[in-house]
Design a protein around this ligand. Structure first.
Ligand code: NAD
Length: 476
């Protein structure tokens, strides 16, 4: 199998092209390097029809059969991790060693989710009757994925959807379709025709999917603005939705931390994947006693960090993934400069491609755009605080509620602060962690429902209550 060409969709177990094509850009050069199918409405209909047909038999397979096939799929990803990682770097931009971590992460997620169970719950068991609650599959799932973690986030949908007995049509972002199309080709060997389908397309494909009446559920990851459109579209026929959306995550750093060690972690938590992580630290609140020391160390790390083409050895950070996002982040930086904010720049970046230097904004006002908006790029506002209650209020003063972090040598105090944070996830002295057993769920406008673990798995099912008499006589 080739990873540098032949990008096709997987529909009904067959690799298919579309009449139309679209270019895929390498963000490190800003130039197209491949093309892939641009699905038509007919391609979408064909994938949904195939998934509906396959659902009739897939839902009747045992959980153990489905587990075995998910483990097989996990193995196929693992065996092809190097080839997938180098393709990943070309379309997404991230340095290849880090790209490989995502690929292996997806394999791990498929295998770990396969271990989950959906036991029948019993709510009553008396002499006269037994009431069982079964968790039955919904039908065909529409999976929509963004460009920042295209493979891992796809695995978060594929694994629970299929384990629960649904079938799926998956759509990657138009900016990062290639690795996902190759997953389709690999999974031809794992799943029966129609159980797993991948279609690629332009901006029109997402709305076609969310309004398609053949889907029973939409599992969406992306921005809050798009999430609202998805929910509106799904409301027409009450499709189930899970929405994993944007965030403007705060980290609170107390004065008792080891500045040297913690700052390295803060830096990684803010700028990993060139700050294109939904749960990255996007607002950094540091106690005034250590503010200058943390800021200077952050700036030194930024100046020392190599930024460049992820395919070249030694680069720690790649480009912004696409032109629209690049222009958004540049605009945010220009605005911050115009407002006279103190900008601390990191190392120089290549002129070609969508590169932006790592930038720290030194103590901007709380109401500036760079604090209020999710940047989703390497521009981090760092703010001083003196009072813990006041900083918790500032951290919570946002429409978002995805994740947050507290850093302190005093765990008890940190837990107290964590309990006050209005976020779906909060880390103490760590960040960017997630596990296949632990839900990721956004508060407020960061999402609806949860992914991962039993919490995420249940979202791909419908509870069905069955009242069973103990004898053939009617129960009074
Ligand atoms: P986006 O909302 O622009 O696009 C996400 C996906 O939705 C893409 O596949 C896109 O083609 C599709 N899409 C676009 N318009 C659509 C529509 N009207 N109907 C249906 N689908 C549509 O987001 P993005 O720019 O790709 O990703 C960045 C955003 O995703 C950030 O806000 C980030 O915080 C968020 N994100 C959240 C999580 C999480 O788990 N909460 C994880 C990763 C990224």
């Amino acid at each position: 199998m080739r990873f540098d060409a032949d990008y096709k969709m997987l529909i009904d177990g067959k690799l298919v092209d579309a009449d139309d094509k679209m270019d895929v850009i390498n963000p490190a050069t800003g130039k197209p390097f491949a093309s892939c199918p641009r699905a038509s409405k007919l391609d979408l209909d064909a994938s949904v029809d195939a998934a509906q047909r396959a659902f009739k038999t897939w839902k009747k397979t045992s959980t153990d059969e489905r587990r075995a096939l998910l483990r097989k799929a996990a193995g196929l990803i693992g065996e092809n991790a190097d080839a997938l990682a180098s393709l990943f770097t070309k379309e997404q931009g991230r340095p290849t060693d880090l790209a490989k971590q995502e690929i292996l992460g997806a394999s791990y997620w498929l295998a770990s989710t396969a271990d989950l169970d959906l036991p029948v719950d019993v709510t009553e068991d008396t002499d006269s009757r037994r009431i069982e609650v079964h968790h039955v599959p919904l039908g065909v799932v529409c999976g929509i994925v963004p460009w920042n973690f295209p493979v891992l986030l796809a695995s978060w949908k594929i694994a629970p959807a299929l384990l629960a007995g649904n079938t799926i049509v998956l759509k990657p972002s138009p900016f990062t379709p290639l690795c996902t199309l190759k997953l389709g080709e690999l999974f031809q060997e794992a799943f029966p025709p129609g159980v797993f389908n991948v279609i690629s397309g332009g901006d029109e494909l997402g709305p076609w999917m969310t309004s398609h009446e053949g889907f029973a559920k939409i599992s969406f990851t992306g921005s809050t603005a798009t999430g609202k459109r998805v929910m509106e579209s799904a409301s027409k026929d009450l499709k189930r939705v899970t929405l994993e959306l944007g965030g403007n995550d705060a980290a609170i750093v107390l004065p008792d931390v080891d500045v040297e060690k913690v700052t390295e972690q803060l830096f990684a938590g803010a700028f990993g994947n060139t700050a294109q992580i939904c749960v990255a630290t996007k607002r950094l609140y540091v106690h005034e006693d250590i503010y200058d020391a943390v800021r200077d160390k952050m700036h030194a790390l930024a100046k020392a960090a190599p930024v460049g083409d992820g395919s070249a050895q030694g680069n720690m950070f790649g480009p912004i993934q696409n032109k629209a996002q690049y222009e958004r982040v540049l605009n945010l930086m220009e605005d911050a400069k115009k407002d006279g904010l103190n900008m601390l720049y990191g190392s120089d970046v290549p002129e070609e491609g969508y590169f932006i230097p790592i930038t720290i904004v030194d103590n901007p006002p709380e109401d500036s755009r760079v604090v209020k908006e999710e940047a989703f790029g390497p521009i981090l506002p760092m703010m001083k605080f003196s009072d813990v209650d006041e900083v918790i209020a500032r951290a919570n003063d946002t429409e978002y509620g995805l994740a947050g972090a507290v850093w302190s040598a005093n765990i008890e105090k940190a837990v107290e602060i964590a309990n006050e944070m209005e976020t779906g996830t909060v880390w103490i002295n760590q960040n960017l962690q997630s596990t296949p057993l632990t839900p990721l769920a956004g508060h407020k406008q960061s999402g609806l429902g949860a992914e991962n673990g039993i919490y995420g798995l249940r979202e791909f099912t419908q509870p069905k209550s069955v009242y069973i008499p103990k004898s053939a006589e009617a129960v009074k």
